[in-house]
Design a protein around this ligand. Sequence first.
Ligand code: ADP
Length: 484
Amino acid sequence: MRILFASSEVAPFAKTGGLADVAGALPKALKTLGHDIRVVLPKYRAVDAVKHGLRRILPRLSVPIAGTVETAAVWEGAIGSVPAYFIQQDDYYDREGLYQVEGRDHPDNAERFAFFSRALIELTRAVAFTPTVYHCNDWQTALVPTYLRNTYQGDPEFQGAGVLFTVHNLGYQGLFKPATLAVANLGPELFTPFGIEFYGKVNFLKAGLVWSDLINTVSRKYSQEIQTEEFGHGLEGVLRSRGRDVSGILNGIDYEEWHPSRDPIIASRFSRDDPAGKAVCKADLQRTFGLPERPETPVLAVISRLAAQKGIDLIAESLDAILAMDAQFVLLGTGEPGLEKIFETAKARHPSRVGLRLGFDVGLSHKIEAGADIFLMPSRYEPCGLNQMYSLAYGTIPLVRATGGLDDTIQPFDPARGTGNGFKFAEATGATLLATVRRALELYRSPDQWRRLIRNAMACDFSWDRSAKEYEALYQEIASRHTR
Ligand code: ADP
């Protein structure tokens, strides 16, 4: 099948979160299954054309937008053997920040991503690539099905084009004022409760849910949760109305990038059968964060966007009590200024127990995965979550809240039977988090049990092969609904 994988971020070119990791890895697995899959993303300032060997293949692509026609250029590169297209339009993408700068969204995000969505459709025409399925991801590409089913409805070149829409996070919907419709070159007839309208606003994500053939999320649990009021962000009704077309496919992880036996970034390589190097990585981590190098002191870690979704406030609430249990804590993250401040204050209170790096640093994230003992993810909701899976690969024990993909991937350790790969709690309170950390640290003091738990964790396999086959089945289902 011919697949165009459309994403607003793709590792290693441009990344702010898990979507980039997925977009950088899943297409490779689908290519291995024999599909002609290609990736498309905007050519942001952050994309290093020289480093990635990009070349310009189209100097002028005409794209209708905001009642006029703009032009873009198209560049081409690759992720392994997967071709990657880049839409260059400097007014939109040659600036700091993919979506925002200093915590504030770019004011023209609606136009930037309407343009991207429209441009990638025009791109397929220009390079004569007729996708069986346009695989769209999150609100930034949600106008692709909207355009295909409306604007291009009578265009024979796009008859039979299928669309799969993947929801990586329902909390980000692309909500804009009604005038956005004209900016996106969409007619007022779409502004209804059965279309793009959402409580008086334009909602890109909702349009994606309405006009795609099939919808999936990135874990089975989250695909069920989002059909409830608690997790639906107001879209639960739309999702329920499409319930038969909604499914969940767990994200995989890219073991080429994330494996302690071959990771070039970490201080020492190690594996399940030869775990000695983990102690070296731990000492390196403690040194990196300026903490005392104490092998016996448990290091708890967080790598995260600092947002309410991630339950970071629950950690902040219980941090003093956690540190009082003779633990060290390291955090790499960036986000809400209020949360950043809380951890700066905590670091000032406990300089020899708290390591803090406010920023985005992929290299450091590898060192943390390799060197920490316990990884905290108390998310309020978590569509899939990748760090718990990276943690398992590096023998760092996840301690998670039972939601979404965290619930699907982590089973509590049972000391009597020696089964399970982490720690899990249900109630989103600091007290429950603290009680779970206490249990984890008790087990940490039983080296035989802890070693057993690490072996269980490192035996887990979340490679993309299985999930890629599930995506292939969705593509086939979509193809069977169309003839192309
Ligand atoms: P989300 O996409 O909701 O942010 P995921 O767990 O799915 O959460 O993916 C987050 C990805 O971004 C992981 O690869 C994680 O390591 C990475 N990440 C998050 N914050 C940082 C940071 N400050 N520095 C480096 N990598 C980060």
